[in-house]
Design a protein around this ligand. Structure first.
Ligand code: HEC
Length: 272
């Protein structure tokens, strides 16, 4: 199985773009014209990969780790009912115009110090423009029409949730325990992770948390953070088909998420 290679490749991709996004804060001018011509599919993919673990867009959608974003454009920051915002965001005196959102998404941690939107990196360009345009279209904040796309582009057989399309993978992952062994020069750490149906990951170690998300290639991607051994966070992806035959073992796959770090993963039956 080609898991380690793929996981490593994706990790390089993510870390590579994190490094590249050091210059992501260079401002661009977001006109109605540039937004209305932005690539919808690129924007949608960027949203799915970077935002959808924490935000829903549709009217009436639920708050996840982050607030539902319907109707957010043109409003002051922090106004969605029923969501507990940080004092930092509330005090930032922001009104969400496309340009203001552009600045925020380029580097959320620097733009609003102390805010609670814990993304591993800012959104680099050219994805940012497309992402903002997509978000505006999907949250009732755009005054231009949604592009008409062939159904195959929008939904390559993805009308159904992962639970229905990969049922054995889903049941395996969501009802059992994932065991990790991380080996670095500083030592070794064994911990258990529980992938939950709501997109979160919890652990038998209190500090370790995370989130998961299927991507548009049908890879299952997840991030774990708060790991008490360097590097304190991990991002991994693997093709869901590779896990379609449920198996149990302390060690089923192996990857190298960073230089000098070896990660071994396996699945144990059940969970507490
Ligand atoms: C790890 C979860 C997480 C991810 C991923 C994430 N967000 Fe957030 N987002 C939050 C949280 C939490 C807040 C509230 C922040 C606060 O109160 O300090 C927030 C706030 C926001 C707000 C302000 C909402 C308001 O009502 O003022 C916008 C807009 C937003 N996020 C857009 C995005 C976009 C676009 C992406 C993808 C690039 C993204 N977020 C990725 C968790 C996340």
């Amino acid at each position: 199985m080609d898991l380690p290679g793929r996981a490593a490749a994706l990790f390089v991709l993510l870390v590579g773009s994190a490094v590249g996004s050091g210059i992501a804060c260079a401002q661009q001018v977001l006109t109605r014209e540039s937004l209305s011509q932005a690539d919808y599919v690129v924007g949608r993919r960027a949203f799915q990969m970077r935002c959808s673990a924490c935000h829903t867009l549709a009217e009436g959608g639920s708050h996840l780790t982050g607030p539902n974003l319907w109707g957010v454009m043109g409003k002051p920051a922090g106004t969605r009912d029923g969501f507990g915002y940080s004092d930092a965001l509330l005090a930032a005196d922001i009104s969400w115009t496309p340009d203001r959102l552009d600045r925020f998404l380029a580097d959320p941690a620097t733009d609003v110090p102390g805010n609670r939107m814990a993304v591993p990196e800012g959104v680099p360009n050219p994805d940012r423009l497309a992402l903002i345009a997509f978000m505006m279209l999907e949250t009732g904040g755009a005054d231009w029409p949604k592009p008409e796309l062939p159904k195959a582009v929008v939904d390559p057989d993805r009308s159904k949730p992962v639970a229905e399309r990969f049922p054995s993978f889903w049941n395996h992952m969501m009802s059992n325990t994932t065991r990790y062994r991380m080996v670095t020069a500083d030592g070794e750490l064994v911990f258990k992770a529980y992938f939950n149906r709501d997109g979160s990951i919890t652990s038998d170690r209190k500090s370790i948390r995370g989130f998961w998300r299927p991507d548009e290639r049908d890879f299952f991607c997840y991030a774990l953070y708060g790991i008490p051994l360097q590097p304190g966070q991990l991002v991994e992806c693997f093709p869901m088909v590779a896990m379609s035959i449920p198996r149990f073992a302390e060690q089923l796959w192996e990857s190298k998420p960073a230089e000098g770090v070896q990660l071994y993963g396996g699945i144990l039956p059940g969970r507490p």
